[in-house]
Ligand binder design. Structure first.
Ligand code: C2G
Length: 166
């Protein structure tokens, strides 16, 4: 191979190796963002929940879900169709959920962030601004809420559809 051509070839090889190393580093940086925590009732799990959980998990290297207990749902004026045990088992079966803990108060987030060393609190954008007071403990990320779907909507749609055909 001609001397000049060989030089160009070596430079290209070096650049491609540097490029691969940079990509790896970028991916590692994203992944070493640490633990992400999120909270919710996650009743009748639907695509809005799944997208939220996937995107929250992608912000770090592990995802903890603070799952509203049945008692806390009463305080939230929410009535879940599925009991806590079932909602927990469903979330724990998801490969992008690493741990599920009970959420039984509004005030526990700060303690949870400290206890689990969470680097990020991620919530859907319907909560935008509500948890900014925790900014001194971790990054707060509000992810776009998925339009036109909610647990209530799914339950209502199922009820009308199946009652009509009952
Ligand atoms: N979500 C979403 N898109 C939807 C529905 C829900 O992104 N179509 C998000 C919500 O913004 C929330 C999470 O999914 O971040 C769980 O939603 P819910 O189960 O409705 O929980 P919520 O009543 O918002 O409880 O302390 C925080 C509360 O426990 C949150």
């Amino acid at each position: 191979m001609h001397k000049a051509g060989k030089g160009i070839w070596c430079t290209m090889l070096r650049m491609s190796k540097m490029g691969r190393a940079r990509t790896r580093k970028t991916k590692q940086t994203a992944k070493t963002y640490g633990t992400v925590i999120t909270y919710g009732t996650f009743d009748v799990l639907h695509i809005g929940h799944i997208r939220l959980l996937k995107r929250a998990r992608a912000l770090g290297s592990s995802l903890i879900v603070g799952l509203s207990t049945d008692a806390f749902n009463v305080l939230k004026h929410k009535e879940a169709l599925q009991p806590y045990k079932e909602r927990k088992a469903i979330l724990e079966s998801l490969r992008f959920v690493d741990k599920v803990i009970p959420e039984d108060s509004w005030e526990q987030k700060k303690l949870d962030v400290k206890k689990y060393g969470a680097a990020v609190l991620a919530m859907g954008s319907d909560w935008k601004g509500k948890f900014d007071d925790l900014k001194k403990y971790c990054r707060i990320v509000y992810l776009p809420r998925t339009k036109n779907i909610s647990s209530t909507g799914v339950k209502k749609h199922a009820a009308t559809k199946y009652i009509r055909n009952a």
